[in-house]
Design a protein around this ligand. Structure first.
Ligand code: OGA
Ligand code: ZN
Ligand code: ZN
Length: 347
């Protein structure tokens, strides 16, 4: 409580950042007296410092503590399965850009379900970056600030072919994979190419239920990932399923296309491969798969640390298919929600 004194000697009135030197506070600190001010704040006099601190009741209530550790994901995620195919959460671009409360509603949907579409967006090249700016600046990767998902002659990723893509998370070979992925549909005339989405949290829960030993292995043992092309060679090892300090799943990394050979003691490799195979089978369970066909002018956005995405193969001889993509950070999304909530009551 002493560290959280809000007086101008402890916190800079303009930056709102702390300026108190923690070692200037005596280690034998005592709340010598406490009273309620006329404004209804709790006033504490700290001795032997003789320092006076006021605490608002809202602040005290928000920080009263509890018996349980807080999960990284707060509020708790709303998980989903195949039923989302018929009920994709979404909003209209015009409504979201014209009205802050609609924008807030859409951003909360994205935070809680991990997936949302925006309909009626401009069908112009690079508008994906302007759409990202509804949340924050794009996070650049080795694929650039934005990327074009088209079938190209010398592809450096399976995404840039006409092949089907098994459900995966992007860039698990990075220490910090991008949090949210945006895919903006400019053209989708080709036969095939429908999108597939799987809630990785739902899939992890299903694996835990069906094959608890496989689940445990995937939370503990790191998998090696590697991407390489002419310009880059990016590698990272991390478990498939990462838990937070409460034991809740906080992240899924799954991408067979950029999995490297596993470096682990020989006797661990067989069990790990079998556990990965069990998870791959769960991810392909039709009751977990959401199927969605993107139409030109639609933006699909999803939590890449949670939701796996894939696509059916398409036939480029039957028409063009062109998506433009980019990534944004979760910090930006959550910040945007909190700032919008300053005008609107929390949920
Ligand atoms: C990607 C990807 C899916 C698609 O670009 O990362 O997986 O629908 N694309 O083309
Ligand atoms: Zn103070
Ligand atoms: Zn992808």
């Amino acid at each position: 409580m002493r560290d959280n004194c809000g007086c101008t000697r402890c916190r800079h009135p303009a930056t709102l950042e702390r300026i108190l030197d923690p070692l200037s506070v005596p280690s034998d600190l005592d709340a010598a007296s406490a009273s309620i001010t006329d404004a209804g704040a709790l006033q504490v006099v700290w001795q032997p410092e003789d320092h006076v601190s006021d605490y608002e009741s809202d602040w005290l209530r928000a920080h009263r503590g509890g018996t349980h550790a807080r999960s990284q994901r707060d509020p708790a995620p709303v998980t989903w399965g195949a039923e989302l195919s018929e009920a994709m959460p979404g909003a209209d671009h015009e409504a979201v850009t014209g009205d802050d409360s609609t924008l807030l509603h859409w951003l909360r949907l994205l935070r809680d379900t991990g997936v949302a579409v925006l309909r009626g967006t401009p069908r112009e090249p690079l508008s994906v970056l302007a759409l990202a700016a509804l949340i924050g600046p794009a996070r650049a990767t080795n694929f650039g600030e934005h990327f074009d998902v088209v079938s190209k002659p010398e592809p450096n990723s399976n995404a840039y072919t006409a092949l089907g893509l098994l459900c995966h998370t992007d860039l698990p070979n990075w220490e910090r994979p991008p949090d949210y992925q945006l895919l903006h549909c400019l053209e989708n005339e080709a036969k095939g190419g429908d999108s597939i989405l799987v809630d990785g949290f739902r899939a992890a829960a299903a694996l835990r239920r069906r094959e608890p030993a496989a689940y445990r292995l995937l939370t503990q043992r790191p998998i090696d990932f590697r991407f390489q092309d002419r310009e880059s060679d990016i590698r990272f090892r991390a478990p498939t399923i990462a838990l937070d300090e409460t034991g809740a799943v906080k992240e899924v990394r799954f991408n067979f296309a950029v999995m490297d050979a596993i470096s682990a003691p020989a006797e661990r490799i067989g069990p790990l491969c079998r556990a990965l195979r069990a998870f791959a089978a769960v991810v392909r369970d039709p009751t977990l798969e959401c199927h969605y066909r993107l139409s030109p002018g639609e933006l699909l956005i999803f939590d890449n640390r949670r939701v796996l995405h894939g696509r059916a193969a398409f036939d480029p001889s039957t028409g063009r298919r062109h998506l433009q993509g980019c990534y944004v950070d979760r910090d930006q999304l959550l910040s945007r929600i909190r700032v919008l909530e300053r005008q609107a009551p929390p949920q």
